[in-house]
Design a protein around this ligand. Structure first.
Ligand code: ATP
Ligand code: MG
Length: 173
């Protein structure tokens, strides 16, 4: 379905009851883009990632959610100033049940499924997801989702079965 991405972010942020030690910002530079998405899954994705940003920032701090247009996608980032992730662990965290066991995390609960599920949701939407992080500085999780218009472009020649590449027509369906 056609989903206004910024509205979904706002809806999810309204569900969270952020403690006052967090300063949460949503910067929408995406010109109110539409994405082709399953809204319920998108809500789930944002809850997982924003939930992690909160949970792994036990002393609060800034949480910045940014959406911008990048090529044919909306590129989203969720940035926290929390405990961060050791570099060697970053590639493993999308595996199911993968958690990090160290002293700064001992009191933080979870099952280790959030990121695995988040990756599955993003890949199902033909997007990409990745993490940048520095220990004791913070973490930024990025994902992309194709713009609605892009996901629906059909080359008219493909439909009619013959080509005229000199004059390609693009149709939005
Ligand atoms: P669940 O999401 O199932 O409740 P979880 O939050 O521990 O449990 P994931 O969301 O899959 O599991 O994250 C896996 C691990 O990656 C976490 O246990 C944590 O160590 C690390 N991690 C994820 N997000 C962050 C973050 N924003 N900052 C620091 N570490 C993170
Ligand atoms: Mg989680």
């Amino acid at each position: 379905e056609k989903v206004a991405f910024n509205e979904v972010v706002q809806e999810v942020l309204n569900k969270f009851d952020f403690n006052s030690q967090y300063k949460v910002q949503f910067e929408d530079l995406s010109e109110s883009s539409f994405v082709k998405a399953d809204e319920e899954r998108l809500v789930q994705l944002l809850i997982n990632l924003i939930g992690n940003a909160v949970k792994f920032s036990p002393n609060g701090g800034d949480i910045i959610i940014r959406a911008e247009k990048s090529e044919n996608c909306v590129k989203v980032s969720i940035q926290d100033s929390g405990i961060g992730i050791p570099e060697s662990e970053i590639p493993t965290l999308f595996q199911k049940f993968k958690r990090i066991d160290n002293s700064s995390r001992r009191k933080i609960g979870g099952t280790g499924l959030g990121l695995a599920l988040s990756k599955e949701i993003v890949l199902n939407h033909n997007g990409e997801i990745w993490i940048e992080s520095q220990e004791n500085v913070g973490t930024t999780v990025y994902f992309t989702l194709p713009l609605f218009e892009q996901a629906n472009i059909v080359n008219r020649e493909d439909l009619s079965g013959h080509r005229s590449s000199a004059n390609p027509t693009v149709m939005i369906v």
